[in-house]
Design a protein around this ligand. Structure first.
Ligand code: TRP
Length: 379
């Protein structure tokens, strides 16, 4: 049997991703032990997603640390395509971005691409729908705990006056053939999505433009967004800006076999608004790295590498490295059965959802302080 070749694009992630190959394919750099040491010294502690290789690749991270060591502030930029409810998979890079914001006291631009999700993938949603999801997703973003006054949620059609002019400047330097080569657009692609990558580049430069001097920018995001940054880095010097640096994460696996968590396949994903019962049901029904029978599991052990239950602990839910190691050992040794492990994870997920949902309610009161409009920028 030949294994299906994994696909990683901004719109599709399927198959079992070989992250080392992806570093080669995309031309990014692995996060070395030396870099981890520098982050630890600068930040005071390493986030579990760094210790465990969830964030595994970068461009120019060393430069960002140089800048920081010289006492210069850098900004953060990340984003979300508002096409549906937030899953805990979406929150992986957000939680990490909060760590960076806290440790480096950085200003954060958080783009919500309501235009992109109306344009792509075809047939897209109505703008009314993507604006609805913008507000819904924004509640989850605020509930993640970003700093008030240092975090701007920028939705493209709500901040069009601010963003569009800069997008035009970017677009002038990008040819149709470049966009086709980077994103694989066919001739049947609508003209909106051909232009859109220029919009996604803008928040990387916005702070520089607003303050009137170059501000270094670091983009934490899942690796599938890398094609956008290749384009943005290419044109940055032409506009007199620094190339944005990046730090890339892996994907949280879905609860069903293969692929990442996908909001369009509800049983594959835990939504931030799921009740305890629904979340538990999904976990109990999940695919695991376990064997067909208890006897085989006891004898041969499970495979934590391919098991979403174990991976959820690793990405999000088990803060203690020693406990995580112990769970892995008991899984590999056949001591820990999948049913028992699912039960334990369901408890942690329920606790997370409860406190997230409380913060999500509170976020409704302050949403408009975060979700800015054009007027904010013309003040
Ligand atoms: N294109 C991204 C998506 O579909 C949304 C996005 C915009 C983004 N700017 C970003 C993601 C910056 C990460 C970092 O989800």
């Amino acid at each position: 049997m030949t294994e299906e070749r994994p696909i990683v694009t901004p719109w599709q992630v399927t198959g079992r991703v070989d992250y080392e190959k992806l570093i080669e394919q995309f031309g990014t750099e692995p996060i070395t032990g030396e870099l981890l040491g520098r982050i630890e010294r600068a930040a005071g502690e390493l986030h579990l997603q760094l210790r465990r290789g969830v964030f595994f690749s970068h461009r120019d991270l060393g430069w960002i640390l140089d800048v920081h060591e010289r006492g210069v502030k850098f900004g953060l930029y990340t984003g979300r395509g508002p096409s549906g409810p937030t899953t805990i998979g979406h929150m992986v890079p957000w939680i990490f971005t909060k760590y960076l914001q806290d440790k480096f006291d950085a200003k954060l631009y958080f783009q919500l691409t309501d235009d992109e999700k109306s344009l792509w993938p075809p047939p897209g949603m109505s703008l009314e729908e993507t604006r609805f999801w913008t507000r819904e997703n924004a509640l989850d973003i605020v509930a993640t705990g970003f700093k008030r006054g240092k975090t701007l949620l920028v939705a493209d059609t709500l901040c069009a006056r601010t963003l569009y002019g800069m997008a035009v400047e970017v677009a002038k330097h990008v040819t149709y053939s470049t966009v086709k080569a980077i994103f694989g657009f066919e001739d049947s692609a609508n003209i909106g999505i051909i232009f859109f990558p220029a919009m996604q580049a803008v928040p990387a430069f916005l702070e520089s433009r607003l303050v009137g001097k170059n501000v270094p920018c670091l983009i934490p995001a899942a690796i599938d967004q890398d094609p956008y940054w290749r384009m943005a880095r290419d044109i940055a010097p032409k506009l007199g800006f620094f190339k944005p640096a990046q730090i890339h994460s892996k994907f949280l696996p879905g609860l069903l076999a293969g692929g990442k968590m996908s909001a369009s396949i509800p049983e594959s994903a835990i939504f931030t608004t799921d009740g305890e019962v629904a979340a538990k049901r999904k976990i109990v029904n999940a695919f695991t790295g376990g064997r067909a029978t208890v006897e085989e599991q006891r004898r041969l052990g499970g495979d934590p590498e391919i098991c979403p239950i174990f991976q959820y602990e690793l990405f999000l839910f088990e803060p203690d490295d020693a406990k995580l190691e112990d769970t892995k050992r008991r899984c590999l040794g056949g001591e820990l059965l999948c049913g028992e492990h699912k039960e334990a994870l369901a408890g942690k997920v329920a606790a997370f959802l409860r406190s997230h949902q409380e913060r999500r309610e509170e976020a409704k009161e302050v949403l408009d302080e975060f979700l800015v409009k054009d007027e904010y920028f013309s003040k």
